[in-house]
Design a protein around this ligand. Structure first.
Ligand code: TXA
Ligand code: MG
Length: 304
């Protein structure tokens, strides 16, 4: 079912329902953050292991301050990147408007202020923060169009269509709850841009599942995936980059990493409909290439 307006989506959320909403990164499956039962329905609908905590999406810095304890460093990062694709993990407020299930038992919460005008309109109309994991079944490719969401859930989840997502890859997650600012998940904002504001490099996560988007096999298509392929072999379909000869599709014929990120999940999905193995051309590691290679490595990992 397609929703007609932000107001209609907000009404569903306020009456305890869930719906899929567009953001500038990927589509999210949203509920009121404070509604434990609706949060449970998100986990159930995604088939997500319940130890995965959710990102709290806020209308503005003030609302984010009701969810987490914003310190000086967080406020600086927020000023630079919000609204936008930066998620910050911080110590939770004493009584945040967030169901404990959404925090999955952690003392921290992840917050971001999204930029997509429709998402912002829904948060405003709901009058409260929303939790929204990517609107895919657990372990599968994140959706970057309303049609992808329909494919994931067979039309059982109402969707607000906001067009194709601009970034096409999830937000970058940093933790400022640790002794050193740490990169938990590379994403739509290049780590070096965050480091430029921070004045020093981000630490690498110390191991363990700090953000379960970091589970080794994640974002997986059905097809077998081979990375750093110069050309297709056997019945492989080549997902090219920068104009690879013989490519079935090319992430960015002109080599633009931003375009490649925006196309990544939709092209993998498209090739995955052909029931043939997929070979992916080498992607440079600089800038957004870090996030693209991270997602590709997980998509290609042996399935757990
Ligand atoms: O771009 C995005 O971030 C999208 C859109 C919809 O906003 N959302 C998204 O959510 O990617 P999700 O749930 O698919 O991924 C959120 C990641 C998970 O890997 C989760 O473990 C991590 O954020 N996370 C959430 N709260 C955390 C916390 N308190 N500490 C560490 N990691 C956390
Ligand atoms: Mg996800």
């Amino acid at each position: 079912m397609m929703l007609q307006s932000a107001a209609e989506a907000a009404d569903i959320l306020k009456s305890g329902g869930i719906c899929a909403l567009p953001t500038e990164t990927v589509y999210g499956l949203a509920a009121l953050a404070s509604d434990g039962e609706a949060v449970a329905r998100i986990y159930e609908t995604k088939g997500r292991p319940s130890f995965n905590p959710l990102i709290v999406h806020c209308a503005n810095l003030e609302q984010a301050g009701q969810v987490v304890k914003l310190d000086h460093c967080a406020t600086r990062q927020a000023a630079a990147f919000w609204p936008g694709a930066l998620t910050i993990v911080l110590e939770a407020q004493d009584a945040p408007p967030v169901a404990s299930l959404a925090a999955a038992g952690l003392a921290t919460l992840a917050v971001r202020v999204p930029a997509h005008p429709l998402m912002r309109a829904v948060i405003e109309a709901a009058g409260a923060p929303l939790v929204a994991p990517s609107a895919n079944r657990s372990g599968r490719l994140s959706p970057t169009t309303a049609a992808h969401v329909e494919e994931e859930f067979g039309g059982s989840v109402p969707v607000l269509d906001g067009g194709p997502c601009e970034a096409g890859i999830e937000s970058t997650i940093i933790s400022l709850a640790k002794s050193r600012p740490t990169l938990l998940r590379p994403g739509a904002i290049a780590a070096r841009d965050i480091e430029a504001r921070l004045g020093h490099p981000l630490a690498a996560p110390s191991g363990g599942i700090e953000a379960p988007g970091m589970m080794t096999s994640h974002y997986a298509p059905n097809a077998h995936l081979r990375l750093n392929a110069e050309q297709a072999e056997g019945d492989e379909l080549l997902l090219g980059f920068g104009g690879s000869p013989g490519a079935a599709m090319d992430l960015a014929p002109d080599g633009d990493l931003r375009a490649a990120a925006a196309n990544l999940f939709s092209m993998l999905r498209e090739l995955d409909t052909k029931s043939q193995p997929i070979a992916v051309a080498p992607i440079p590691h600089d800038g957004l290439g870090q996030a693209i290679n991270d997602r590709l490595t997980r998509a290609a990992a042996p399935r757990g």
